[in-house]
Design a binder for this molecule. Structure first.
Ligand code: S3P
Length: 445
């Protein structure tokens, strides 16, 4: 799980048009939550379309270590038999979270209100990421921590029961912090309240309700307020996970950039707290058409028909950042090929993702011949006006820093380059999108 595998470099080069129809794997955020909530419901939760990427498998392993039975059927449907809220067992060893910030932060919340202690470890990327943002509210609820210097992994968390319900205003726009506190609130008597000045992805709220938790969402002075009533009893569910818009994003940009492309991406989740990239790309002139809009598992879903388009640079409103926070790396690739300048700002959070995504993408795109200015809180990109990027020099790969989205974004840049783009390591792609390279081959066949 922790990427001890040797790096696997690969050169991505121009292909024919992307055509036909593809389906991307299940949503990562919803997959994690399905396993966690299933593990807290007494009885059998059945999940179809679960993302079988390393990050989600790390969550599955952790929930097993704390007492849940989790198995994949031959039909691809996952079955989870949970232990009940308040009944997580003391894990015998450390929980290896691999590369997954979502597993770590959400599970820290879950165990914080259980009377167990848990050690969290992770790979080099995860071990550099800030956990203070969850340590702070969970400490207010009564949990205690021994973290590495700087509030990072490895860390030990001593949970507490009964925990203290809190009213907490999110200092950063983070669905992971929000979810950690809500999950801690599940086993906390009384009402735990989160105030969210800037809305972030709301899968936790939707799914907690779906599992039968008593959760209220309202607005106070223009801010979202989410209240969860504790000592909840969750009921097992049958869940269908929609396709991940963050994975679809790579194919959307690829089809926009490669001349002649006309690609149908089926079953893409379009929760408004996730889908801002598609609006920004449409503003740039991208031909992205929604077909068969419907609901899957309580989430809006559609098929996306994407055709090659001439793109124009835009100024991206920082207010939409949380609704496309994982999509900026691939937006930077699209902007590098657009006519004119694209300006992004308010993206400080990108510096604490699986890598510093502003620095990593600026360096990678510059190596591929794009014209990029890196600022403190965003990138300014002067596009080629549709001309292919030169590509990376022979034998010099862009550095992915154990970050799946840097690897996949630069793979897409390779499709729009004259000499190809060498990616130093494709192994991190398996954390969120194990079928990425195969699907790219299928779409461009
Ligand atoms: C996620 C929230 C986001 C996102 C991550 C998944 C989630 O992180 O970047 O990939 O599932 O809650 P932040 O909450 O740190 O913004």
């Amino acid at each position: 799980m922790s990427h001890s595998n040797p790096p696997r470099p690969k050169r991505f080069s121009a292909t024919g048009p992307l055509t036909g129809r593809i389906a991307v794997p299940g949503d990562k955020s919803i997959s994690h939550r399905s396993l966690m909530l299933g593990a807290l419901a007494v009885g059998e939760t059945r999940i179809s379309g679960l993302l079988e990427g390393e990050d989600v498998l790390a969550t599955a392993a952790a929930m097993r270590a704390m007492g849940a039975s989790i198995a994949r059927g031959d039909d691809g449907i996952w079955s989870v038999n949970g232990v009940g809220v308040g009944s997580l067992l003391q894990p015998q060893g450390a929980l290896d979270m691999g590369n997954s910030g979502t597993s770590t932060r959400l599970l820290m919340g879950l165990v914080a209100s259980h009377p167990i202690h848990t050690v969290f470890t992770g790979d080099a990327s995860l071990s550099g990421r800030p956990m203070g943002r969850v340590i702070e509210p969970l400490s207010l609820m009564g949990a205690s921590f021994e973290a590495s210097t700087g509030g990072t992994l490895p860390l030990m968390l001593r949970g507490i029961s009964p925990a203290v319900p809190i009213r907490y205003r999110l200092p950063v726009a983070s669905a992971q912090v929000k979810s950690a506190v809500l999950l801690a609130g599940l086993n906390t008597a009384g009402i735990t309240t989160i105030i969210e000045p800037v809305p972030t992805r709301d899968h936790s709220e939707r799914m907690l309700r779906g599992f039968g938790a008593n959760l209220e969402v309202g607005m106070e002075n223009g801010e979202r307020v989410i209240a969860i009533h504790g000592e909840a009893e969750l009921r097992p569910q049958t869940i269908t996970v929609p396709g991940d818009p963050s994975s679809a994003a790579f194919f959307v940009v690829a089809a926009l950039l490669v001349p002649g492309s006309d690609l149908l991406i089926t079953n893409v989740g379009l929760n408004p707290t996730r889908a801002a990239l598609f609006d920004v790309l449409r503003d740039m002139g991208g031909k992205i058409e929604e077909q068969k809009r419907r609901e899957v598992g309580g989430e809006p879903v559609a098929d996306l028909r994407v055709r090659h388009s001439a793109l124009t640079g835009v100024e991206v409103d920082p207010a939409v950042a949380p609704a496309m926070i994982d999509e900026f790396p691939v937006l930077f690739v699209a902007a590098s090929l657009a006519q004119g300048t694209t300006t992004t700002s308010g993206l400080d959070e990108l510096r604490v993702k699986e890598s510093d995504r502003l620095a990593a993408m600026a360096a990678a795109l510059q190596l591929a011949g794009a014209n990029i200015e890196e600022r403190e809180d965003g990138l300014v990109i002067h596009g080629t006006g549709g001309d292919a990027l030169p590509g990376t020099p022979r034998d010099t790969g862009v550095v992915t820093h154990l970050d799946h989205r840097i690897a996949m974004s630069m793979a897409i840049a390779g499709l729009a380059s004259r000499n190809g783009v060498e990616v130093d390591d494709t192994t991190p792609i398996a954390t969120s999108f194990p079928t990425f390279i195969t699907l790219l081959g299928d779409a461009a066949a």
